[in-house]
Design a protein around this ligand. Structure first.
Ligand code: SF4
Ligand code: SF4
Length: 287
């Protein structure tokens, strides 16, 4: 089962939930934790994992053979990222904007474009007890996060339980990380910002047709509006985490919640059961 852990907004405790869920489940069987927050991966801080494999990630960048090029402009026309421009008798390529989608080389009528690899980051693999840990790291200044996320997800072995730590927000890297999940856990806090970003994240999961449930963190900081929204939208609230000094201290020291406060282990095992039940219910209602 693939469970993605996302949040419309940063700083809601998404990694706290993802790592504690992975560690709780690892007492029952093999778990893979994929850190797909590739611009700022931080699950390794909590897992204390040993990295034993390191794989660079490349994307194909176009290279134009000017002897074949007729300067028709088709490549610039099809590039959705403004990474290629044709100016008089010159084709300009902006590698820092290129997503390596290949559209320009595929559609060039003269077959004047070949591709060369450009390194944009790395995928690292390691272990922490019964948790296999895989993280993507995008090189600073690069923008093609989805390409790294795709590489991280290639290591998914469906016989395991898979937890994906997704980047905050609702943009392309989030969609890339969440798509094909069996369930998406949305971590939020009960504030107006939390509610606004949660509703955007819910829209993404609905577009992707992935069942979702909510974890409310720091439950005492705000008001009832997040809970009311969840009830109105028929979204299950699967776990509430209180605003407690000890939890914040553990987080700031990089100690997983279920290690610093083992009494939480059962709550995360129960959370997994609820995820399974909700995913099953949704699947049955579709068939
Ligand atoms: S599409 Fe091909 S032929 Fe046309 S300008 Fe681009 S590289 Fe040159
Ligand atoms: S590979 Fe895609 S993103 Fe890069 S220049 Fe070509 S069309 Fe644009």
């Amino acid at each position: 089962m693939v469970i993605s852990v996302a949040s419309g907004k940063g700083g809601t405790g998404k990694t706290l939930v993802a790592t504690s869920l992975a560690l709780a489940l690892s007492s029952k069987g093999k778990v893979q934790l994929l850190d797909c927050d590739v611009e700022e991966p931080n699950a390794h801080i909590f897992l204390h994992s040993t990295i034993n494999q390191n794989q660079p990630v490349f994307i194909p960048i176009p290279k134009v053979d000017e002897t074949k090029c007729t300067y028709c402009g088709k490549c610039a026309e099809v590039c959705a990222y403004n990474a290629i421009a044709v100016v008089k008798e010159k084709v300009l390529i902006f590698p820092e904007l290129c997503h390596g989608c290949g559209a320009c080389s595929y559609l060039c009528p003269e077959s004047a474009i070949t591709e060369e690899g450009k390194e944009i980051g790395v995928v690292e693999r390691g272990n922490s007890g019964n948790v296999e840990f895989i993280q993507g790291k995008l090189t600073i200044g690069e923008i093609a996060a989805p390409a790294i996320i795709r590489e991280v997800k290639k290591y998914i072995d469906p016989i395991n339980t898979i937890i994906i730590d997704v980047s905050p927000g609702t943009s392309c890297p989030v969609v890339e990380a969440v798509k094909d999940s069996d369930f998406c856990l949305l971590v939020t806090e009960p504030t107006p910002f939390g509610l606004n970003d949660l509703s955007l994240a819910v829209e993404v999961t609905r577009k992707l047709e992935i069942p979702c449930g909510v974890v409310i963190n720091r439950v005492e900081v705000g008001d009832e509006k997040v809970e009311r929204y969840c009830h109105e939208q028929d979204i299950p609230i699967l776990l509430k985490i209180p605003l407690e000094r000890k939890i914040a201290e553990l987080y700031s020291k990089g100690i997983p919640l279920i290690e610093g406060m083992p009494e939480w282990r059962e709550a995360f095992l129960e959370l997994f059961q609820q995820i399974q039940q909700n995913a099953k219910r949704k699947a049955n209602s579709k068939s």
